[in-house]
Design a protein around this ligand. Structure first.
Ligand code: AMP
Ligand code: MG
Length: 342
């Protein structure tokens, strides 16, 4: 009798221990929300007890940032900067920070990235009903107005631009926003999360599988959602700029939305897409746009100079070229491409 009782108590104890272990290891279902913001589909996913509150809060934060950085909303900081021109105008701290970062990447890329591409963006209107191939003289006139050195950060929070210039932060704002969302989610106490702003992906904390995160990279020649390959990382940003995002076609030629400030036309650098893997999504966003304009040789030279930045170039000949730090962390999944390391 005594033995049976003891066995009973032991099995009960083991049962309790197993249950406790399951409870400790059980990750509650993530909270996921999507919204259409900053001209793109945004997806925020978070794990942890506070995720239910944190995710909607993060989306609210994003709405606020859209209200500052949008080129279209009349009351945004960017619209106010563009209206004020050489007079300058006081803007929010976030806008000052983002403009400062944009100028930093302009200098770093020798102007391949330029936040004053506004006149060219407006002229080509790629991604809108008004998209067209402009006349040569129109391109020449607009190109003269593109010069990041004419943006001045004066006083504490004042921004002024050159006469006729227009600021467009479309090449960097989503990265800034992704970092801000991560900060907001972490502040709210979530354990881990994934933020996806139309191809600007940022992951933090441990992945749902407990291993490293696997992030799919869009196949630039296939419909949205078809993966060309997979990047593996512990945490950080995976940001892609490609010819498939916004474009129109005329006379069998594709005109996409990444403009080369030097020519005033969609960049023809022999690339279909550039993916940057970095700690901050902001760096990844600015750099993926810049590297796309620069092309493989100049682009890889720049990547080599930067710490914590890796890149993957996809050429129009189907070559997938990895920076050395990415070798071993990328697997090709699609037919028709060849893989090499720089
Ligand atoms: P992304 O998709 O991040 O490569 O950014 C492309 C967007 O950035 C375009 O839709 C424009 O609004 C803007 N843009 C285009 N060309 C440039 C450039 N050379 N430098 C900075 N921003 C650009
Ligand atoms: Mg970008």
């Amino acid at each position: 009798m005594k033995g049976r009782n003891q066995r009973y108590v032991y099995s009960l104890l083991i049962g309790i221990l197993v249950m406790a272990a399951i409870t400790i290891h059980h990750r509650p279902e993530p909270v996921e929300k999507s919204a259409y913001l900053m001209g793109t589909l945004v997806r925020v996913k978070a794990w942890g007890a506070s995720a239910g509150r944190a995710v909607p809060e993060a989306l609210e934060k994003l709405k606020r940032l859209e209200g500052l950085f949008s080129r279209c909303l009349a009351g945004s900081d960017v619209s106010r900067i563009n209206r004020a021109g050489t007079d300058g105008v006081s803007v929010s701290e976030e806008t000052v920070e983002l403009v400062g970062e944009a100028l930093h990447f302009s200098q770093l890329s020798s102007g391949a990235f330029d936040p004053t591409v506004g006149p060219l963006v407006r002229l080509w209107s790629i991604g809108t009903e008004e998209a067209r191939i402009p006349e040569e003289n129109e391109i020449r006139c607009a190109r003269r107005l593109v010069d990041w050195r004419r943006v001045k950060l004066v006083g504490e929070r004042r921004v002024s631009i050159g006469r006729g210039s227009l600021v467009d932060l479309g090449g960097i704002a989503k990265g800034y926003a992704a970092d801000a969302l991560r900060a907001s989610l972490l502040r709210a106490g979530v354990d881990s999360g994934l933020v996806d702003l139309g191809g600007n992906i940022l992951v933090f904390g441990s992945s749902p599988k407990g291993s490293r995160w696997h992030i799919g990279v869009q196949d630039p020649l296939k419909p949205r959602g078809r993966v060309m390959g997979v990047v593996e990382l512990a945490e950080g940003a995976v940001v892609t700029s490609g010819i498939y995002e916004r474009f129109f076609e005329k006379g069998g030629k594709r005109y996409h939305h990444i403009l080369d400030p030097a020519t005033g036309r969609p960049a023809r650098s022999g690339l279909l897409a550039v993916t940057v893997v970095s700690v901050e999504a902001l760096d990844g966003d600015a750099l993926s746009t810049a590297l796309f304009v620069m092309g493989v040789d100049l682009g890889m030279e720049l990547v080599k100079r930067l710490e914590d930045v890796e890149a993957l170039f996809v050429t129009d000949e189907g070559r997938v070229i990895l920076s050395p730090g990415l070798a071993g962390n990328f697997s090709l999944r699609a037919e028709g491409y060849s893989l090499e390391t720089w």
